[in-house]
Write a protein of this length. Structure first.
Length: 238
């Protein structure tokens, strides 16, 4: 707040709203309601709080919001059959080898394959929101400084902006998941697991599926957001 002032305060309030939404989602999932449906609803709410509350209602915010929703839904239907075939559900080998398997029951009566899909959706939601907003904000400023720019030129400008941020976005995803999986890597190294065993472990595949899906989402959302933003800005001029 000392650095960001009013915007910093708004960011904190938005973060608090997102945390409350996430906690409510956990409670509702525990009641036995379809976790994917709950995650999609929570994702729309989080998307609205993060984008509309912090950036107000305008074309760039609307473009970012629509592109995030469309990308999330499309990836959900594309990745669902793949993840179901991978059988990446429940706890991994490292988690099962610890105290959890001794002190807690796993009979929670929730479809863990769907829960894993929810984990992936939640993981890449923040990344694609950031990418979409970066592209939309850049295009908004280009239009403000060059009102006569055509829709196709504005679209290509959005693609160029997306190309510029792909590298940093991918590195952000990579190091975020590497940091989360550091214990797993140390565990594999300490006990000298064979490479074939590591490549077929659920622990590695869980992280790999999440980072690959997030990367696909961040790339796919660039042309979509650029197209929607160019169309909205040129049609309304706001």
């Amino acid at each position: 707040m000392a650095i960001g002032g009013e915007r910093g305060a708004i960011s904190l309030i938005a973060l608090a709203g997102n945390i409350i939404t996430f906690l409510i989602s956990i409670y509702v999932m525990a009641w036995g309601i379809n976790p994917v449906l709950i995650t999609l609803i929570a994702g729309v709410i989080i998307n609205s709080i993060t984008l509309y509350y912090q950036n107000k209602k305008n074309d760039k915010t609307k473009a970012a919001f629509l592109s995030v929703v469309i990308t999330t839904v499309v990836l959900l239907f594309v990745m669902l059959p793949i993840f179901l075939q991978m059988h990446l559900n429940g706890l991994d080998e490292i988690e099962l080898s610890g105290d959890l398997s001794i002190y807690y029951s796993f009979a929670i009566k929730i479809n863990m394959e769907l829960v894993f899909l929810c984990v992936v959706l939640i993981c890449f939601l923040g990344a694609i929101m950031d990418t979409a907003m970066a592209v939309a904000s850049g295009m908004y400023e280009i239009k403000a400084n060059n009102p006569e720019i055509s829709e196709i030129e504005l679209f290509h400008s959005g693609i160029t902006i997306g190309k510029d941020i792909i590298n940093t976005t991918m590195n952000t995803l990579f190091f975020a998941y590497c940091g989360e999986a550091l214990f797993m890597f140390l565990y594999f190294r300490k006990y000298q697991y064979k490479m074939m065993t590591i490549m077929n472990s659920k622990a590695l595949l869980l992280n790999l599926a999440a980072i690959v899906t997030s990367g696909i989402g961040c790339i796919a959302i660039i042309p979509l957001c650029a197209k929607i933003c160019a169309k909205l800005i040129k049609s309304t001029g706001k």
